[in-house]
Design a protein around this ligand. Structure first.
Ligand code: FUL
Length: 489
């Protein structure tokens, strides 16, 4: 009689086979998984935006020629004639400043359009520039594409020229028609700016934001929509370029509205319990005004660095405005200042003393020693997806420590801390110690927190970062100990 199939294998082979499978499974079980994210989380496009750190605004239009900041809407298009306009110069300036996204005012409050919109007679078509055949948006898009830079557009809702303004349906249809032109005809647009500013002729005007936003997403899947209230990027609440000392990327959108009064402090700091991921963008001009004016000159380097520390260094993106002049070029003074600015940032941050430490240790490690969540992850080049994670069940403070490898010790005046925000923003309060003495403290960290030490340069052997309060176990993706030669407190 034939044996059943299974009985053809000797018992010992079966037992061995069973043990092999069991050990493979248990080995699999031992590989520690990443921790659970804490909601809300950034979208793919929001993460990409955050990593840009510094982006550039280009305010350009009839105001450039009249010297005003808010045009009346009655400007004669004949004044618009930037004879030497060269969008490659704009984009090259951006590239040299380390900028990967430039946002142009396609239409400001004066209603004059920098592209040949078929829905108005108030545009480049009526100007002498290129005999009415020019298109500033197109020139920017082409130059940016050639240089590998992304483009964003500003289309002012408030319009002081168009006669439909004040008539809800007619104007909203006009605005939507222009949005479609801009988002359909010019390739990929990465950010669209909805400015909340409104003047006296706007009292009775309501905007159909829901329709606007939905149409934007219909045309551009990877775009971020900026406004006072998002939905993708929020205003920081001022035009100085300063975020709150505490700055959460989380907030409750239900408390926000475009142009709403009394919310600037809330926008500036966000909220730890916020249900929406809506990070803040800090807009500020390199000069006093947004548009180019002969009498103005760029801010000092020290001021630009102050802005950088208070925007990028407080978990935000810096939107720095650099206005082209009447010839259609960015002035050489501004080009020079931007180069100094980029050079300063590179000088400060290209050397990380933490990388020379002989030992980096932490209060605990998820999955134990040898797991992929060790403290050494904070000095690799991935500032998002490799991180130090403490154990889930570790109670109290979490800390990470850096020990100098040389007798000379560590000499620095800037500390950089970054959270793995892909898994949510977590840290509520942290402190920094050098050889047991506290040198800095703060609240939120987020994508990037920079501390310029108030006491100036510190010199020591052991640096410890303590996380004192957190929403969930802190995940630190990067730490830097830097020397800033421009910082003289
Ligand atoms: C404000 C506008 O009124 C300014 O002119 C400028 O465009 C700035 C970025 O936004 O609300």
């Amino acid at each position: 009689m034939a044996l059943p199939w299974g009985c053809r294998w000797p018992l010992t082979t079966l037992v061995l086979f069973h043990l092999l499978i069991k050990s493979a499974i248990s080995r699999l079980e031992q590989v520690p998984t990443p921790p659970l994210p804490i909601l809300p989380l950034p979208s793919f496009s929001q993460l990409k935006w955050q990593q840009r750190e510094v982006i550039m605004f280009l305010h350009f239009g009839v105001n450039t020629f009249t010297g005003s900041e808010w045009g009346t809407g009655h400007e004669n298009p004949a004044i618009f004639n930037p004879v030497a306009l060269n969008a490659y110069q704009w984009v090259d300036t951006a590239v040299e400043a380390g900028v990967s996204l430039v946002i142009l005012t396609a239409k400001h409050h004066d209603g004059f359009c920098l592209w040949p919109s078929k829905y108005t007679d108030h545009s480049v078509v009526q100007s002498p520039w290129k005999n009415g055949h020019g298109d500033v948006v197109q020139e920017l898009v082409e130059a940016a594409k050639t240089r590998g830079v992304d483009v964003g557009l500003y289309l002012s809702p408030w319009d002081r020229h168009d006669r439909r303004y004040g008539y809800d349906l007619a104007y909203n249809e006009y605005y939507l028609a222009q949005l479609q032109e801009l988002l359909k005809e010019y390739g990929s647009v990465r950010e669209i700016w909805f400015d909340g500013a409104k003047g006296p002729n706007a009292v009775n005007m309501s905007y159909y934001f829901t329709e606007w936003f939905d149409m934007v997403k219909e045309f551009q899947s990877s775009i971020n929509i900026f406004s006072d209230a998002g939905p993708d990027v929020r205003w920081v609440g001022n035009e100085k370029g300063f975020a709150g000392n505490t700055c959460w990327s989380t907030i409750n959108r239900s408390k926000l509205a475009i142009g709403k009064a009394g919310i600037v402090d809330y926008l500036n700091s966000g909220e730890p319990k916020g249900r929406d991921w809506l990070p803040a963008e800090c807009d500020v001009s390199i000069r006093r005004g947004w548009f180019w004016h002969k009498s103005e000159s760029p801010k000092k380097l020290s001021m630009l660095l102050e802005i950088y520390y208070n925007s990028v260094g407080r978990n935000c993106v810096l939107l720095l405005n650099v206005p082209p002049n009447t010839t259609g070029l960015i002035s050489q003074q501004d080009v020079k200042r931007l180069k100094e600015f980029r050079n300063a940032i590179d000088t400060i941050f290209s050397t990380n003393l933490a990388e020379n430490c002989f030992l980096i240790k932490a209060s605990s490690q998820r999955g134990g020693k040898g797991s992929s969540f060790g403290p050494e992850n904070v000095i690799d080049n991935d500032h998002l997806w490799t991180y130090w994670s403490p154990r889930d069940d570790a109670k109290g403070d979490h800390w990470i420590e850096f020990r100098s490898g040389t007798d000379g010790g560590l000499r620095f005046n800037v500390v950089r801390i970054q959270e793995a925000i892909g898994l949510g923003q977590r840290i509520k309060r942290h402190e920094i110690y050098v050889d047991g003495i506290r040198v800095a403290s703060g609240t939120t960290v987020g994508y990037k927190r920079l501390h310029r030490l108030d006491g100036g340069v510190v010199h020591g052997q052991i640096v410890r970062i303590r996380i004192r309060e957190y929403k969930a176990v802190p995940l630190i993706s990067s730490v830097g100990l830097h020397f800033d030669p421009y910082w003289n407190p």
